[in-house]
Write a protein that binds this ligand. Structure first.
Ligand code: GN1
Ligand code: MG
Length: 362
């Protein structure tokens, strides 16, 4: 067993004897490990190194997570929910009384591992419907959080900022890659104003920010053995944002018929069955609090997220791969191409989406 990791674990208030620590999951930002204990009656745990180059305010970040998980726990208990321990994350205190530990170089945190839960990289329409309901409920439960939450990455889903970062990367051309990506840049720029609609509406006072999850990739949900949703994980980015964030990012990952980094672009299309199932679930639980402007712009949100992710992957490629973990040198370019293709496919379905949404809210 890795000594450095078991030493870190020893600073947290765990139960049982740790007998194994190994990598877990496929996140692109933090490093995650499963910590197994020897005793069958004691819980297993998840250990995470927080990427603090990206999340610079770790104290603010953990404060958000503590406020949000406590709020959800209270709501679940109030409504007499069973199995609450599997429906909301539980972070462990460290020696210092905080829910994170600094070892002099990195920030670490631990949570209880949720037993018998599954995560998926792809889902069928039935699971998408459940996911839609779950994200709507997540937002509804958080609608009355009174504690102020920080933006853990300021302006995280601000499209204007993401475009500025792309333009800066193009101007700097730090690793000489701009010449390879002209065709993407031209088309991304051509649609830039339209894709910044959310910021525009917000400035006009028409579009509110609400507490959202902001990283609703399908693999950030835990499903129970019967397909129902247990909880949403990866809470680092829970912060005030537009509802488009959660709706759009789920579809970006779940309704893609290919992989986020598919090399074969023929695999990449927007799956309308997933769209319909997810939208139906989401509107069932979120309709009560959504404003007409939010509902009307859901098709825009479905296009915005592949577009934004394309801009972000491309920016990182031009900067020389400083943000996302990569598995091979042109990985961010492959991701850019796949997100670009997905965005094109979403655009073809805009009218069909609008018609479906009108029907749902009828
Ligand atoms: C990152 O941490 P992970 O892999 O769930 C990223 C998301 C991107 C996603 C793309 C903090 O999420 O915004 O949509 O990769 N998180 C951060 O796969 O940048
Ligand atoms: Mg994740």
């Amino acid at each position: 067993m890795n000594e450095q990791l078991s030493n870190i674990v020893s600073h947290f208030q765990t139960q049982g004897t740790v007998n194994d620590i190994r990598p877990l999951g496929s996140g692109l930002i933090n490093d995650t490990y499963k910590v197994t204990t020897a005793e069958p009656d004691e819980p297993d745990y998840v250990l995470q190194r927080i990427n603090h180059a990206i999340f610079q305010d770790v104290d603010g970040l953990q404060h958000n997570i503590e406020a949000v998980t406590a709020h959800i726990r209270r709501k679940l208990e109030e409504r007499g929910e069973k199995d609450v321990e599997r429906k909301v994350l539980h972070f462990l205190p460290a020696d210092n009384g905080k829910t994170y530990w600094y070892d002099g170089a990195s920030y670490w945190r631990m949570m209880v591992f949720i037993p018998r839960a599954k995560t998926y990289e792809t889902v069928n329409p039935e699971y998408s419907y459940c996911a839609g309901k779950a994200f709507g409920e997540f937002e509804a439960m958080l609608a009355d959080v009174t504690e102020p939450l920080v933006e853990t990455i300021p302006d995280f889903h601000n499209m204007e900022l993401r475009l500025r970062q792309l333009r800066e990367a193009v101007a700097a051309d730090a690793v000489g890659r701009v010449k390879e990506v002209k065709q993407y840049l031209d088309e991304l720029e051509r649609c830039a104003d339209d894709m910044c609609r959310a910021e525009q509406l917000h400035r006009e006072g028409k579009l509110p920010k609400r507490v959202c999850h902001c990283d609703t990739k399908v693999n950030n949900m835990m499903f129970d053995e019967d397909g129902s949703v247990l909880c949403v994980i990866d809470l680092d980015t829970v912060m005030p944002s537009y509802v488009f964030s959660d709706y759009g990012d789920f579809l970006r990952s779940a309704a893609n018929t290919g992989a986020e980094d598919d090399r074969n672009l023929d695999n990449v299309r927007f799956n309308m069955d997933i769209f319909r199932a997810f939208t139906r679930g989401y509107l069932e639980s979120a309709r009560s609090f959504l404003l007409p402007v939010e509902i009307e712009n859901l098709p825009y949100a479905a296009a915005l997220f592949p577009y934004m992710q394309c801009v972000r992957f491309l920016t990182d490629y031009l900067n020389g791969d400083t943000y996302y973990k990569i598995a091979y040198p042109e990985h961010n370019l492959v991701r850019t191409a796949a997100q670009f293709k997905l965005w094109q496919s979403v655009k073809e379905h805009q009218e069909e989406m609008k018609a479906f949404i009108s029907q749902c809210v009828g």
